[in-house]
Design a protein around this ligand. Structure first.
Ligand code: ADP
Ligand code: ZN
Ligand code: ZN
Length: 824
């Protein structure tokens, strides 16, 4: 390191960098320039030979004893006058970083709007002398053709990025360097700040134009701009001016360089609700008795301004959203903000529309299907207090609400609340932590709560509010298991569509009612098999079979996106007899249009929903009765409310039951109940047919009886017997590397260390190959550790990683997943 040894007097700053590193760094501050800095303020600091954005953690008079004084370097710049991150969110981030073995900077980054990070970029910019030279071509005689070209490009574009020039090759680099030596261009470090809102450029005349510019040196185009500006008083939008004067942006930039005009950026907001379907407007409803009761229970506590966690366990169609809305309205009256988390709000536009219709402008919406600019605007509307209600997906847990009084986690059991990459936090669990810090009400809503959540409610950790009836006492749909083994015996042919389901669909078509068909598998066929030698076609990067997609006519990996042309023959034995096996949604759509030629059939899965607005268009077509049968993956199970759907068919329930994960029964129960909940939501009664080869499985039996409690009790006994949550805490150490030997070496070394650290109160499973043994070219191994004591578990993990690092293990190849939602 080449840093100058600075005077090693305080004050020093502890700084969190947004790197995947679980430790902070120290820098020297300059209090004369910046005063006392607060936690969460961003600073620009040198790190190795880069400049990075960091977050101030705290100010120190002394460096910690183990930090070598000689290496401490100066902060380069202060990036925020005031911290953008509130004290609450800072504390929440500290908690999350510690609990989930993540870097504090990684978590703090999630508290900012997208693309807020300052990067230093080198670029070349034209100088005034350079512009003059352009105007006098006789001066350019000594330049090479490349350098002259470069100068013209700079005059047009004002700046060019070094990265681009370098990409173009050495000739371009030399040309640029030549211009810099001549003083016609300058090379600068440019910092790209992008924390702000979306902006548009406005143009105004500078005060000192007369003294600074000889007007005769201006071109016609430039004079037109000048004339237009003189006849306007206030600043003019650059876009308007360009149109009016028929000039390009670079003309304005040149005038700016000459000191004639000033360009400033103004913020504007986009409204993400513009894209939402129109909603009929706020309906004033009288609540059902059960809704009243649940509300009363929560309200009694919510006035005390204490931490109050409550599980709202309500069957599908029981009107949970109505309760949420009432609670939010009450908090607004009390002057408090509310945060509503939903698993995939992008998939259920009706819910966002309903919130907006009831609560108006005060609702901001945050989810990943919005563009970056939209998300940034919404972030600022919350941050500035314009919006007091934030509705969003997992990462909205970090929304900058200032006076939070209520947090709602809808469908709290949904695994998408857990982030599957660093930082691996669980938003529902963070909601509880934040609620405790803020003394807020936390409502966990679900028809099928996670086993752990239900357990906590029964243990008295959360209060419990229940809605056991659908609104207007509409019955829950009747659910029937269709035994596919019998269907095969009777019809003596193998079909994905049983006789029974076929008839039920036929009846619905005659009655002009709608049908939803769930098959949780995309594509046309799940895999391709060689009939001669048994070879299957695997992804080049993953240990996964490639699925055949007929629409795209390719074999596709659903994990990494790898594609190849469908093979003509087997790669191993050369045989041309290839089987395409395992139906996916695409195939079902085709089969159904043959079986029901008169029906209008649509498909909703990741392939059909990927085009912009396609997803909401398909939902709209179902809503407005233009579709008779909707075939789809679990995307169609999410909170849709189609009153004319009276039949739900599940084609293959066994698929998700057989996954090698201790939660596969729980997940299946949740998916099937959620799916069943889509039937019979209107005046007409609903029916659900679930096709399976294992109708005796307890999970399916309880689904058919709408018996969550029965399922819960049975599942709980299994968890206790097998030492799984809620009776044990889980952590998974995952080792990934492209090199098989390296991954093996690391996981074996870690396995040894973990063995030494743990005693008989722990259960260690592994090291083993992960069920998904290879993904995206990386080999994967894991060690699953269970312990009754969460704190002891975290303790040994910390020690094991430290020991591993001391033995030279590269921790970037190791990740720790605390409370994993999937052990695959
Ligand atoms: P959940 O989320 O519990 O499945 P929803 O909140 O989607 O249920 O409500 C189901 C349906 O009942 C929705 O169409 C909703 O508008 C309607 N609804 C909710 N509460 C009432 C009420 N008190 N009176 C009439 N309709 C209601
Ligand atoms: Zn073969
Ligand atoms: Zn792959």
């Amino acid at each position: 390191m080449v840093s100058q040894p600075t005077s090693t007097q305080g004050p020093f700053l502890e700084v969190a960098l947004s790197l995947p590193i679980s430790r902070n760094f120290y820098y020297q501050s300059d209090p004369q320039r910046w005063g006392h800095l607060l936690p969460g303020q961003r600073v620009l600091v040198p790190f190795q030979n880069r400049k990075l954005t960091g977050f101030v953690v705290k100010t120190l008079e002394q460096l910690p004893p183990d930090f070598p004084k000689e290496t401490v370097r100066q902060v380069i710049d202060l990036l925020d006058e005031m911290p953008l991150i509130s004290e609450d969110l800072f504390r929440l981030s500290e908690w999350a970083a510690d609990y989930y073995f993540a870097g504090l900077g990684e978590v703090l980054k999630a508290c900012l709007p997208p693309k807020s990070h300052v990067q230093s970029r080198r670029q070349v910019q034209i100088t005034l002398a350079g512009l003059d030279a352009c105007a006098h071509p006789d001066q350019l005689g000594a330049l090479s053709a490349e350098a002259r070209n470069m100068l013209y490009r700079l005059a047009e574009r004002r700046v060019l990025k070094w990265s681009q020039i370098t990409r173009e090759g050495t000739i371009s680099c030399r040309a640029a360097e030549k211009l810099v030596r001549l003083g016609w261009a300058e090379s600068r470090q440019k910092l790209a700040h992008a924390a702000g809102q979306r902006t548009q450029l406005s143009v105004a005349l500078t005060a000192s134009i007369q003294e600074r510019t000889a007007l005769e040196s201006l071109t016609d185009a430039q004079l037109r701009v000048l004339a237009a500006l003189t006849s306007n008083e206030s600043p003019v939008l650059a876009a308007d001016l360009q149109k009016q004067c028929r000039v390009s942006l670079s003309t304005l930039r040149v005038l700016e360089r000459k000191g004639v005009v000033r360009l400033t950026e103004q913020s504007i907001s986009r409204d993400p609700f513009l894209a939402l379907p129109a909603h009929e407007g706020p309906a004033i409803r009288s609540l059902t008795t059960e809704q009243e009761e649940a509300l009363r229970l929560i309200r009694n506590h919510s006035t005390r301004l204490e931490y109050f966690p409550v599980l709202l366990h309500g069957v599908t169609g029981s009107g949970k959203t109505e309760i949420y809305l009432n609670l939010i309205e009450e908090k607004l009256r009390q002057g408090q903000d509310s945060l509503i988390l939903m698993p995939e709000i992008g998939l259920t536009p009706r819910i966002a529309a309903e919130f907006r219709a009831r609560l108006g402008e005060t609702v901001a919406i945050l989810h990943s299907a919005l563009g970056e600019g939209e998300r940034r605007d919404e972030w600022w509307r919350i941050r500035s207090g314009q919006a007091k209600v934030a509705v969003g997906t997992r990462s909205a847990i970090f929304a900058p609400l200032s006076n939070l009084g209520l947090i709602i986690v809808d469908e709290e059991h949904d695994p998408s609340y857990k982030q599957q990459e660093r930082p691996r936090y669980h938003a529902r669990d963070l909601a509880l932590v934040l609620g405790k810090m803020r003394k807020a009400v936390v409502v966990l809503g679900s028809a099928t709560p996670a086993i752990e959540t239900c357990y906590n409610a029964h243990e008295g950790k959360y209060s419990l509010a229940q809605l056991s009836q659908r609104v207007h006492s509409r019955p829950l749909p009747s659910v029937k298991l269709v035994d596919m083994r019998l269907d095969f015996q009777e019809s003596s042919r193998h079909s994905i569509l049983s006789q029974e389901l076929r008839q039920a669909i036929q009846v619905r078509l005659e009655r002009k009612e709608q049908v939803l068909i769930l098959l949780n598998r995309r594509g046309f066929s799940a895999f391709v098999l060689c009939r001669s030698c048994g070879e299957t076609f695997q992804c080049r990067n993953c240990s996964i079979s490639l699925a055949y997609h007929r629409g795209k006519n390719c074999l596709l990996c659903h994990y990494c996106g790898f594609q190849q042309k469908p093979p003509k023959q087997c790669g191993r034995c050369g045989s041309e007899y290839l089987y395409y096996l395992g139906e996916g949604t695409e195939k079902v759509e085709t089969l159904f249009s043959k079986a029901f030629p008169q029906a209008r059939i649509a498909r909703l899965d990741r392939d059909t929903a990927s085009r912009k607005n396609a997803h909401s268009r398909i939902l709209h077509e179902v809503q407005s009765g233009q579709v008779d049968i909707l075939v789809g993956t679990q995307m169609i199970s999410k909170g849709h409310d189609f009153p004319n759907v009276t039949l739900v068919g599940v084609l293959l329930a066994d698929h998700s039951l057989s996954l090698p994960d201790f939660r596969s029964a729980e997940r299946t129960y949740q998916l099937l109940s959620q799916m069943s909940g889509r039937a019979g939501r209107g005046q007409l009664a609903g029916e659900v047919l679930i096709q399976t080869f294992a109708p005796e499985h307890y999970c399916l039996k309880f689904v058919a009886q709408h018996d969550y409690k029965g399922f819960y009790q049975k599942e709980l006994r299994f968890r206790q017997f097998m030492h799984y949550p809620p009776f044990a805490s889980l952590a998974c150490i995952l080792v990934r590397d492209r090199n098989l030997d390296e991954a093996l070496r690391i996981v074996q070394a870690l396995g040894q260390i973990v063995d030494q650290q743990t005693d008989t109160t722990f259960r260690v499973l592994g090291p083993t190959q992960s069920p998904l043994a290879r993904l995206k070219q990386q080999y994967r191994f894991q060690i699953l550790i269970k312990s009754k004591s969460r704190s002891k578990l975290r303790e040994i993990l910390k020690r094991s990683l430290k020991e591993g690092e001391a033995r030279g293990i590269d921790l970037r190849k190791v990740s720790v997943d605390i409370d994993p939602v999937s052990v695959m």
